[in-house]
Design a protein around this ligand. Sequence first.
Ligand SMILES: [Zn+2]
Length: 292
Amino acid sequence: MTGMCRLARIIVLLGGISFFASVSLAQAPETNRILIDYSAPSNPAHRALYERLKQKGALERIQMLLSPFRLPRPLTIRTAGCDGEINAWFELDSVTVCYEYIEYVFESAASWKRPEWVSEHHAIMGAMIDVFLHEVGHALFDYLDIPIFGREEDAADQFAAYMLLSLGRQDTPQLMAGIIYIYLNEAGVRDFSVLNRKRLRIVDHKQHADVHSLPLQRMYNTLCLAYGANPAVFREAVERGALPADRAESCADEFQQVEKAFRKLIQPHIDLDVLKNVLSSDTLSLGRKVEP
Ligand SMILES: [Zn+2]
């Protein structure tokens, strides 16, 4: 072997080593990367809620739903005590939903103020699915390096609504009603009849400065996506004056815009074979009515 050939061979070998080194260091995106954690609550008042969530397998269902996503690293989905803060967030590769927020959802659902168009069961289920999917939306934007025009909070709302609308559950309209109710409740409005009757007071300026849209805007945005996805199923929302006709006109376009973004940016990161198995599984109660 000549000196020149030896040098060429070493260069090739080094090139090979660095190639394999870079392959082994970079984590290939994989399915089934969701970890779950029911953190024990520090507040004894949340103990029953914690036991109930575990018994219902709430996090296992979210884990299964998200199993088809190919992620570059594990993502933990957690319920935890938050020292009195009614909140949920995505941070440091973890989605955290506080027992305080879940307690708020359960109390809102049980309230006598709940309108007759939403059941207690769906008020809980709709809000729970929405909060987890919203935070998972933030996580996926980060994990998958998804570019976002507009506000990230609105994009996370759109992701959550699109996911729910795409699951094909028979009780999608009832779950949507649950989400709509939690936003109305947050806005301090009892029902649509109130919205149509009175001028709303100007809200606190801090709410206008918030990264989230106002609760009523989030409610109308979600309702519009639902109507845009399926005008026949959600027609009643327009007929009963819940969704103003002026807004309803653009909802099909709004839904298509979100669908295009999802298909182009998120869907390539979904393993469609795993998804097929998930959608046909009984665990998520898809395709049949979920009993309370
Ligand atoms: Zn958010």
